[in-house]
Design a protein around this ligand. Structure first.
Ligand SMILES: *Cc1c(COP(=O)(O)O)cnc(C)c1O
Length: 231
C-alpha cells in the first residue's frame, strides 16, 4: 500500500519536473509520519524513503527509539517540521538532522547553545509565514532578512534554506502565490549574501499541492496523506 502510493507520487513528481525541465531526483520526499504507527514508517523506509518528518518531540522520541535498533537507523534522516518550543530544543538537537521550523532568533539561540554543547552543527530551515495567516507559525516575510542575518551569526547553526506551509485552499493553484513568495525570498537572501554559501532548500508542497510547489521551485516536499493514505 505505502509502496504503491510512493510509486504514484514519484510518477507525479516526474511529470511536474519535466514541465520545468528539472531532474526528479533533485526533489527530496520527506515522509511526514505524525500519528502513524512504526510499522507504517517501516513500510515507507522499505519503499526507499530516508527522510522522515515529525511534528512533536514526544512522538518523535518514541519513534526514534523504536527505529534506533533496527537495520534502518543509520539510513534515516529525521526532520522536525512542527512548531518547536524552546524547552524541547535539547532533545530536538539530539535527534534531528534538519530542523525545518525555526521561526525566531530566540529559538535559534537555544538551538545554537544546545548544538554547541554536543559539538554539532545543526542544519536548519527558516519557517516563513508566506500567507500571513494568524493561525500559522513562521516569520513574517518582511522580517525574514533581519532574522536570517541574526541567525547567520550563530556558529553551531547552518541555515540550509526556507520552509513554508501554504494555506488550505480548494484548488492547488491558489497556493502558487505563496510558493512563489518563498522562492523569491530565497533568491533575495542569496543575492544579499547573508549566508556564507547560497542557501538551497525550498521545503514547500504537501499532499494537496506538491505539483504546483515543484513548478515554483520546491526541492523538498513534505508528504503525509499521499504516502500513508494514498492519493
Ligand atoms: C502534516 C504536515 C505535512 C504533511 O501534510 P499532508 O497534507 O498530509 O501531506 C507537511 N508539513 C507539515 C508542517 C505538517 O504538519
Amino acid at each position: 500500500m505505502v509502496k504503491s502510493n510512493i510509486l504514484k507520487i514519484k510518477k507525479r513528481i516526474s511529470a511536474a519536473c519535466s514541465k520545468i525541465n528539472t531532474a526528479p531526483n533533485t526533489v527530496t520526499i520527506v515522509a511526514v509520519s505524525k500519528g502513524r504507527a512504526p510499522e507504517q514508517i517501516d513500510e515507507a523506509i522499505e519503499a526507499g524513503i530516508i527522510d522522515i518528518g515529525e511534528n512533536r518531540i514526544q512522538e518523535s522520541l518514541i519513534k526514534y527509539n523504536a527505529i534506533r535498533n533496527t537495520q534502518y537507523a543509520q539510513r534515516i534522516k529525521w526532520h522536525m517540521v512542527g512548531h518547536l518550543q524552546t524547552n524541547k530544543v535539547k532533545a530536538a538537537v539530539k535527534i534531528f538532522g534538519l530542523i525545518q521550523s525555526v521561526d525566531s532568533a530566540r529559538l535559534a539561540f537555544q538551538i545554537n547553545k544546545q548544538a554547541a554543547r554536543i559539538n554539532k552543527i545543526q542544519d536548519i530551515l527558516m519557517e516563513i509565514n508566506t500567507s500571513g495567516e494568524v493561525s500559522k507559525f513562521g516569520i513574517k516575510p518582511d522580517d525574514a532578512v533581519k532574522v536570517i542575518k541574526e541567525i547567520a551569526q550563530f556558529k553551531n547553526i547552518s541555515i540550509k534554506g526556507l520552509m513554508t506551509v501554504a494555506p488550505v485552499v480548494d484548488n492547488a493553484e491558489r497556493a502558487r502565490l505563496y510558493f512563489r513568495k518563498l522562492r523569491v525570498l530565497l533568491e533575495e537572501v542569496n543575492a544579499m549574501r547573508i549566508t556564507q554559501y547560497p542557501i538551497q532548500i525550498l521545503s514547500m508542497g504537501m499532499t494537496d499541492d506538491f505539483e504546483v510547489a515543484i513548478e515554483e521551485g520546491s526541492n523538498m516536499l513534505r508528504l503525509g496523506r499521499a504516502i500513508f493514505d494514498g492519493l
